[in-house]
Design a protein. Structure first.
Length: 182
C-alpha cells in the first residue's frame, strides 16, 4: 500500500469541517499548521494562523452546511481595517481540503489510456485518444453502450457532413458538449 509519510496530518482534515471549526471545543491544530508552514508562506505566519483558529468560533457564521461555502464565507470576512481577518487559516484549510487523498481516478485514466493507445495504435494522435477516452468514460457513467440512448440532437448531427469533417475543432467541441448533456 502506498501511503505518504505525513498520513497522520492528512487524516486530520475533518478538523476543518464547519461543525468542528466553529465549535467552542476544538482540537489543537499546531502540528497541522507547522506541517503545512510552506503553504502559509513560512514560519512567520504560523502564530497568526493559530490566532485566527482561536478566534474563528467567536464570529457568527451563516454558511455552515458545506466546507466550501463555509470557508468561502470565512475568506470573505473582513476586519475593521478591511483586510481578510482569516486569510492564513482559509489558505491552510482550502489547501488541506483540496488535497487528493486517492490517486485511484488518475490510475484508472492511465490504465484506460494504455488500453486505448496500445502498441498497435501507437501513432494515434493525443487528440484522438482524448476523444476516445471521453466517450468511454461517458458511456461508463451512463451504464454502457447497451443502455445508451442518443438524444435527438445527437441523431440529427450524425450524418456524413459532420462525421467525416477533418480539422473542425468547433464541431468536435459541439459534439462533446451535446454528449455531456443530461
Amino acid at each position: 500500500m502506498r501511503l505518504p509519510n505525513n498520513i497522520k496530518l492528512l487524516e486530520k482534515n475533518s478538523i476543518f469541517s464547519p461543525q468542528i471549526a466553529t465549535s467552542q471545543v476544538r482540537p489543537n491544530i499546531e502540528d497541522i499548521v507547522v506541517g503545512f508552514k510552506d503553504v502559509l508562506g513560512g514560519v512567520e505566519n504560523v502564530d497568526a494562523t493559530l490566532q485566527e483558529w482561536r478566534i474563528l468560533p467567536l464570529q457568527q457564521w451563516k454558511k455552515t452546511k458545506t466546507a466550501d461555502e463555509f470557508w468561502g464565507e470565512v475568506l470573505s470576512y473582513k476586519n475593521a481595517c478591511g483586510d481578510a481577518a482569516f486569510f492564513n487559516l482559509t489558505k491552510l484549510a482550502t489547501a488541506i481540503l483540496s488535497l487528493p487523498f486517492s490517486n485511484a481516478a488518475v490510475e484508472r485514466a492511465f490504465c484506460m489510456m494504455n488500453i486505448v493507445k496500445n502498441k498497435l495504435r501507437n501513432r494515434m494522435l493525443t487528440k484522438t485518444a482524448d476523444h476516445i477516452m471521453r466517450v468511454r468514460s461517458a458511456l461508463q457513467d451512463r451504464g454502457g453502450c447497451t443502455k445508451f440512448e442518443p438524444s435527438t440532437t445527437m441523431l440529427t448531427l450524425f450524418n456524413s457532413e459532420n462525421v467525416y469533417q477533418i480539422g473542425d475543432e468547433e464541431n468536435v467541441n459541439q459534439v462533446l458538449a451535446i454528449f455531456n448533456e443530461d
